[in-house]
Design a protein around this ligand. Structure first.
Ligand code: SMG
Ligand code: MG
Length: 356
């Protein structure tokens, strides 16, 4: 699916987005889910290709014909399959949608969400110049976004952030390095500490909780982990060693909605705020993110922007729009609360497989 504008991060530039759409057929109902793995292994090792393989050859065969009562059953069935969190999460999302449709409850209600609308921000990729970056931020502010995240990488860090901070002194602002620094090169980020940022996201490698805890000691600004938090256990260990003071939760990265809720609960018990990350989802994944972000410890605005920030045409019949208070309303129909636009799916589909 073509993005309305390219999205550039420290690991590369995304122009079109792949995703795997899942449908589970059971008891006369259809549950839908989205696997957020990207075409390239830049953000994470999983790709749409690996997810297709793991879903087709392992996850779906393990599930077919089983009685599954809740997400815990589902997790149990896939427990023996190591890794591949995004593939598992896509399937689990479809199961939650099915469960909601069967019981007549929205995903928000199934999860115990407490809000009808959730605060959101916008994530802005690397731009060709400071002028372009500031102009892009300005455009999103004019649309009503009240929190901005910018992407940084070595050599495009303090100056980019300073340009935005100087132009917008009071803007709630945060930066995301997508693991592009080392403990040594991250010294260059120290001046960020004077720019009143909400947080600094994932400066170091995804498998490096320890060096994040060494780095956090050098900053007053909270570090926030994204790529490094792949399970509730990683979240617990990160908090124990003070590797971060804020946690980004993404359903795909942590292996499903129920794992996301578990991380939310664990952080809440320790007074650590969380927020909902984004993977340039279609309307399907966006609906799940909104439901998750309605839980009470989602204390910072999510990377959950309006549909038109990503796609001219989405695959859901529903479009998500920004409310005037920089929130997006959480769907309240059963399950995810979205339905598929068959014509859009026919237009974008690259391949299709039905397993019985
Ligand atoms: O969905 O608005 C969005 C994108 C938010 O910046 C965003 N996501 O590391 O947090 C992150 C990146 C990963 C995107 S890679 C597809
Ligand atoms: Mg991130």
């Amino acid at each position: 699916m073509p993005l309305v504008s390219p999205f550039e991060t420290s690991f590369g530039r995304i122009i079109t987005r792949d995703s795997i759409l899942l449908e589970i057929f059971a008891e006369g109902l259809i549950g839908i889910g989205e696997c957020v793995a990207d075409r390239d292994p830049g953000y994470a090792y999983e790709t749409s290709g690996t997810a297709w393989h793991i879903l087709k050859d392992f996850l779906i065969p393990a599930l077919l014909g089983h009685d599954v009562h809740d997400a815990i059953d589902l997790l149990q069935i896939v427990l023996g399959i190591k890794g591949h969190a995004m593939a598992k999460a896509g399937l689990e999302m479809a199961f939650w949608d099915l469960l909601g449709k069967k019981t007549g409850h929205s995903l928000r209600d199934l999860l115990g969400g407490t809000r009808n609308r959730v605060p959101v921000g916008v994530s802005i990729g690397l731009q060709e110049s400071h002028e372009k970056l500031v102009a892009t931020v300005e455009d999103y502010l004019a649309l009503g976004y009240q929190r901005v995240k910018i992407k940084i990488k070595p050599g495009r860090d303090v100056d980019d952030t300073l340009a935005v901070r100087s132009a917008f002194p009071d803007l709630p602002l945060q930066v995301d390095a997508n693991s592009a620094f080392t403990l040594e090169s991250a010294e260059a980020l120290i001046p960020l500490d004077d720019l009143n940022l909400l947080l600094i996201e994932q400066p170091l490698a995804e498998d490096d909780l320890w060096d994040h805890s060494r780095l956090q000691r050098k900053f007053r600004t909270p570090l926030c982990l994204d790529e490094s938090i792949i399970s509730p256990r990683h979240a617990r260990q990160a908090l124990e060693m003070d590797a971060c003071r804020i946690v980004n939760i993404k359903v795909g990265r942590v292996g499903g909605i129920s794992q996301g809720v578990a991380i939310h609960d664990l952080c809440q018990a320790q007074d650590t705020p969380v927020w909902c990350g984004g993977m340039l989802e279609t309307g399907v994944g966006r609906a799940a993110n909104l439901a998750l972000a309605s839980l009470p410890n989602f204390k910072l605005p999510g990377d959950i922007s309006a549909t038109d920030r990503y796609y001219e045409r989405d695959i859901t019949e529903q479009c998500f729009t920004l409310n005037s208070d920089s929130t997006i309303s959480v769907p309240d129909s059963p399950g995810l609360g979205v339905s598929l636009d068959a014509k859009a799916i026919a237009k974008f589909s690259l391949r299709n497989l039905r397993l019985k």
